[in-house]
Design a protein around this ligand. Structure first.
Ligand code: HEM
Length: 321
């Protein structure tokens, strides 16, 4: 008995020592991270997002996309929010973000409110994570509790933003590989792509598909050609989902089954490949999609900067302290 107690004590000590030695590893995220230090946080973010979405429904989509583009570049660390500095060129100017990612001023406004209530406490990265969740929910999608405790980066990487984010011409193999490199499964990738049930995209990103591809519904292609000429009009917008452009539902998958995916990369998920069966399931079962989407959002939200990267709680999301 005494031996067991001693070995148990030794084991406990070893765990403590390991935890201290391994102290550089990031702390596990928790939904209660700010429950004592900033109890009003979720209300402040929610009100900020509600105001933004009331002004423009699309903003719910734009902030969701911002979260994806933050997390895929050195983890969810608010790096996308940094303006260019003398010491680095920021991610805002990277190909996938420039004149495309929007909503920075919405995050600034929420951050100002959060700072007024809880000074120097809440990271910009956590604000984006909460705001993305609220954007989804305000447009009729699910809600969930967001694990928190991220820190903000002290630098940004335009080159990583250029190489880590998938482009609209990506093949299924490329999409699977790029998400796989972030430890996200093909199923996670297909569920996360359901984000394209809301928001808009520019003509330049779907022109090739509507004029040259064959796996597209003819009526849909003609409709989209009307708003996207063969040349010029690069930034003209079209909704991803014709029926419910601002409603977070499973219509994206129904569109794919009908060959009405707007981007080439969208239709790749239903084009005779490995994701066809899952797309069909999601198209028939909104609850299954919703559950998988939430699980994948939490998984994506767990992407962290590599260990040892210096971090902080930024006071102004656009600048390092
Ligand atoms: C699977 C690979 C993906 C590709 C190739 C892709 C590509 C794109 C492109 C090209 C646009 C249009 C940008 C513009 O016109 O300026 C867009 C918009 C959008 N994307 Fe993705 N995306 C992908 C995955 C995701 C994921 C994982 C999410 C979030 C979980 C997401 C959320 C959105 C949203 C909500 C919009 C609309 C934004 C708005 O209206 O402001 N996308 N995406």
């Amino acid at each position: 008995m005494a031996t067991i107690t001693r070995s148990t004590a030794f084991l406990a000590l070893a765990v403590v020592v390991l935890a201290i030695v391994g102290g550089t590893t990031a702390q596990q995220l928790s939904p209660n991270f700010y429950s004592k230090t900033c109890p009003k946080l979720s209300t402040i973010v929610r009100l900020g997002m509600a105001a933004a979405v009331r002004k423009e429904k699309r903003m719910g989509a734009s902030i969701l996309r911002m979260f994806f583009h933050d997390c895929f570049v050195n983890g969810c660390d608010g790096s996308i929010l940094l303006d260019d500095m003398p010491s680095f060129t920021g991610e805002k100017g990277a190909g996938p973000n420039f004149m495309s990612v929007r909503g920075y001023e919405v995050i600034d406004a929420i951050k100002a409110q959060v700072e007024a209530s809880c000074k120097a406490t809440v990271s910009c990265a956590d604000i984006v994570a909460l705001a993305a969740r609220d954007g989804v929910n305000l447009l009729g999608g699910p809600t969930w509790s967001v694990p928190l405790g991220r820190k903000d980066s002290r630098t940004a990487s335009q080159s990583a933003a250029n190489s880590n984010l998938p482009g609209p011409g990506s093949s299924l193999a490329t999409l699977i590989a790029m998400f796989g490199s972030k430890n996200l499964s093909p199923r996670d990738m297909t569920a996360l792509s359901g984000a394209h049930t809301i928001g808009r995209t520019q003509c330049q990103f779907f022109r090739g598909r509507i004029y040259t591809e064959r796996n597209i519904n003819g009526t849909f292609a003609r409709l989209r050609r009307r708003g996207c000429p063969r040349s010029g009009g690069d930034s003209l917008l079209a909704p991803f989902d014709v029926q419910t452009p601002d409603g977070f539902d499973n219509a994206y998958y129904q569109n794919l089954v009908a060959q009405e995916g707007l981007l080439h990369s969208d239709q790749e998920l239903f084009n005779g490949g490995s994701q066809d069966a899952l797309v069909t399931q999601y198209s028939n079962n909104a609850t299954q999609f919703s559950g998988d989407f939430v699980a994948a959002m939490i998984k994506m939200g767990n992407l962290r900067p590599s260990p040892g990267t210096p971090t902080e709680v930024r006071l102004n999301c656009r600048k390092v302290n």
